[in-house]
Design a protein around this ligand. Structure first.
Ligand code: SF4
Length: 92
């Protein structure tokens, strides 16, 4: 797991600092599936130009973040990546 100092360091360079958290985590009142897909696409576009996408994703994986877009992946995509990594570890 990443130490807190390192975590703060990469977060200082995150492209999402200029955006509302709701873009990455969704609104409090919920949203339709169509709205969610559009919002997640906008958030992922920010992640694509983020210089710290890799440490962000690894932080989310290490700390088992259940919600939001981290490192350009949704919670479901991170869960899928976690399963793929586990399978790869077992196979090696
Ligand atoms: S990868 Fe995305 S969520 Fe992570 S710091 Fe960058 S912009 Fe923010």
């Amino acid at each position: 797991m990443m130490d807190p100092v390192e975590k703060l360091d990469w977060q200082e360079h995150s492209a999402c600092r200029e955006y509302e958290n709701t873009l990455f985590f969704g609104p409090d009142q919920g949203e339709s599936e169509l709205e969610k897909q559009a919002r997640e696409a906008r958030a992922k576009a920010v992640c694509q130009r983020c210089p710290v996408a890799e440490p962000c994703l690894e932080f989310a994986m290490d700390t088992n973040q259940k919600y939001g877009i981290w490192g350009g992946l949704t919670d479901k995509e991170r869960a899928s990546l976690k399963r793929r990594r586990a399978r790869a570890r077992r196979a090696s």
